[in-house]
Design a binder for this molecule. Sequence first.
Ligand code: GLU
Length: 486
Amino acid sequence: MEEDSNSSTSPKGVRVRFAPSPTGYLHTGGARTALFNWLLARSRGGSFILRIEDTDEERSTDESTRAILDGLRWLGLEWDEGPEVGGEFGPYFQSERKELHLKFADQLLKEGHAFVCDCPKDERSDDKAKFDENCRERPLSEQLKLLANNPALPLRLKVEMGRDIVFQDLIRGEVRVSTDEIGDIVIVKSTGGPVYNFSCVVDDATMDITHVLRGDDHLSNTPKQLLIYEKLGWEPPQFAHLPLIVGMDRARLSKRHGATSITAYRELGILPEALVNFLLLIGWAPKDDREEFTRDEMIAAFSLDGIGKSAGAFNTEKLFWFNGKYIRSLSDEEYQRQVFEFVPREWKKAKRDDYIAKVVLLFKDRLTHFAEIEELAWYFFRAPDDYNEEAWKDIMAGNENAALVLKEIPAALKALPEFECERIEKLVRSYAKDKKLKLKDAIQPMRVAITGDRFSPGFFEMAELLGVNEVTKRCSTALAKLNPDD
Ligand code: GLU
């Protein structure tokens, strides 16, 4: 780990940026990069900038830009500057800065650091190839003439071969690459558009970026960018390349590992605070072994030296577990408000809000994500049409008391003056005692009858909410299946 010394000497303090290409959704890797940049800015009193790198016209979409902006806002990773749109900061768009990029490309051409290349296309396809001396050494006037006759010629950086480009990555330490591996890289394509590496350097430099913190899939771009800084006579920022995120099988994170887009997690009902806390711990570790961080605690604890060199693993189960903890820390009202958004429309049509509010509260201590409410609580809205096979075998078919319980308890429940949790509990307990049954042997057959399976929230609360008619009806349906001849 290298000391990042220059940052504190920069007159504007730390300035970092998140620079996604809008060619897909904001995914977990991108969100983590954004978070670490945001934290670096917040922890050092600096600025966090959002630059949408939309120069690839074919692959960039407005929809993707929207998903990125929505995702960052939802995660609470607000950026600090940008052109004002509707009272808030919009991002910078790289495509709007093309003139600036071309101005500096032109400067390099005029200064002899770049050249027009008219080598045949097949020779031009590989950046690593050494180029025809003809192109490199042509006088500027001839190059300009070539360009005037054929604007569809690329500009290449004039790179001296056999030199090592060395930099201190703040995470990986020294990185060294020979210019033989780099070659005379293209800086402006034959289409007239500047390449990513060139636009990126011009933007980072003109935006006074002090630290480039990005995924290590960009590691091979950094020496090329350093060459561009050098030719332009600019001081480069410091670089820190974040190790990849992998799945629990150590393979690169992909759809196969479950949801990877931030939108998908939002739709599953993961809380942004839980996701941010979880992303923080992929590849970054605090000095102690704390796991739960509020936003302020993260800002106070974060520093680049907590970032490890090896790939961070994304453990979906842990995210769900973590999210469950966050769900339980919400007030009941806040929990109900949020989970309501995930309640299926049919439930809202069928039942009153106060009923739904009570149902969802019964699941507050077991939900791992809000969307799970549908698969957990459905039996509060309709009777089961079938029973889990194993549960039926163990609790109904293989239990000599099941039929008795299903017949006698509902009959007694109907006689209760008030169908209310404590009274139900008292009745069931005394029934079990009289019959010398364990409480569970009295309850489980009814639970299977009501839910179709062996799990549910507390039986008595569930029964009260469902009401005496529904409880007794479901018990007699199950009894009819158990004793078809009665
Ligand atoms: N636009 C690049 C990407 O989305 C990021 C470039 C950078 O951070 O320098 O991969």
